[in-house]
Design a protein around this ligand. Structure first.
Ligand code: ASP
Length: 333
């Protein structure tokens, strides 16, 4: 018999059970727990995977916090130490790429930790939650998925947390890994692994209080900035992510502010393009990647802006030095 898989539920579209009127209109609310979700999945009982359910939250994923996700990872860790063979987490898809990556950065076990959710809620024709949950349980129980870190199971694909992004606001094929492709697929209820993503040393888990003290800003470069768009960051934040144009560029008008900020806090350069790297030694005009690196900005390579923000906040909360932060980005980029 397969090892037990533990299912933790956090809410989101997969757990919608109906509508509620609040005076301003009628909206969908999350009500279903893990037992309800599992009972609606054709073929799940036939897998023979024993499932233990723990309902943690019933919230839209926009309301989740780093502390809640890290608390869940610690519960999951305890479950694995007690003998669970794998973990499944259901949550809303809106922030799933961030929480899965946060979990991946700290997950120390070979046992699979699989995130999933749904785009079409159970009140609609053709909800995708049951198929996604079945795929996630199969992946969590799959020996070949051991040692791959945190994965996202969606639309019969498996994605590495490190590469996956939500790429469509409504499609059931929303999760994509533009830089790497899916690392696996579900075929006739079997898991096929296509790519083995590299694993990094797990990072320490900071406390909720340490996380609370850290603010990381995110600035997206756009056409025709004046240069004062970063005013106030110095007072509010301990770190900044710049989602640069193309391969990591900003207007020359932002350069003085970025130079000043990079002397005071870690400023990380990413690309807003959605796929592909920040370059290192191609463009040298003021505001291009060579110039910004010379001014102390940290190159995030292939790491997308939202994931870079997760990594930087985790590092700052754990008290990492500037040098340790630069080393971590070099390793994770
Ligand atoms: N608003 C939902 C959430 O992220 C969307 C979803 O679950 O797909 O909680």
């Amino acid at each position: 018999m397969a090892d037990e898989v533990v299912l933790y539920t956090l809410g989101g579209t997969i757990s919608i059970a109906g509508t509620v009127g609040d005076g301003s209109g009628v909206g969908l609310v999350a009500r279903l727990g893990g037992a309800d979700l599992a009972s609606d999945v054709p073929g799940l009982a036939e897998t023979g995977v024993p499932l233990k359910v723990e309902d943690i939250e019933r919230v839209p994923s926009a309301d989740l916090t780093f502390a809640q996700v890290l608390d869940l990872v610690q519960r999951a860790s305890a479950a694995v130490r007690a003998g669970a063979g794998g973990i499944v987490v259901t949550q809303g898809t809106d922030t799933l790429e961030e929480s899965a990556y946060l979990a991946d950065l700290v997950w120390p076990h070979p046992e699979p930790l699989i995130f999933t959710g749904a785009m079409r809620n159970p009140t609609l024709a053709g909800p995708d939650g049951p198929a996604n949950l079945l795929a996630a349980v199969l992946a969590a129980a799959e020996p070949k998925a051991r040692g791959l870190g945190v994965l996202v199971a969606f639309n019969d694909e498996l994605h590495a947390a490190r590469w996956v992004r939500k790429a469509h606001a409504t499609s059931t094929a929303t999760f994509a890994s533009p830089d790497a492709g899916p690392i696996g697929r579900l075929e006739e209820e079997r898991v096929r692994i296509l790519t083995v993503p590299p694993r990094r040393t797990p990072l320490p888990i900071p406390s909720a209080e340490q996380l609370d003290r850290v603010r990381v800003g995110l600035h997206t470069a756009v056409l025709d900035e004046q240069g004062d768009e970063l005013d106030g960051i110095r007072e509010r934040c301990q770190g900044l992510i710049v989602a640069g144009l193309g391969a990591g560029h900003v207007t020359r008008r932002l350069v003085p502010a970025l130079t000043d900020l990079a002397a005071r806090m870690p400023v990380v350069l990413t690309s807003r393009a959605g796929a592909g790297p920040v370059l290192r030694h191609t463009y040298s005009a003021p505001g291009s990647e060579i110039d910004l690196q010379n001014r102390g900005l940290i190159n995030a390579g292939l790491l997308h802006p939202y994931k870079a923000r997760v990594l930087l906040r985790l590092l700052l909360a754990a008290g990492a030095t500037g040098e340790e932060i630069a080393r971590a980005f070099a390793e994770h980029s």
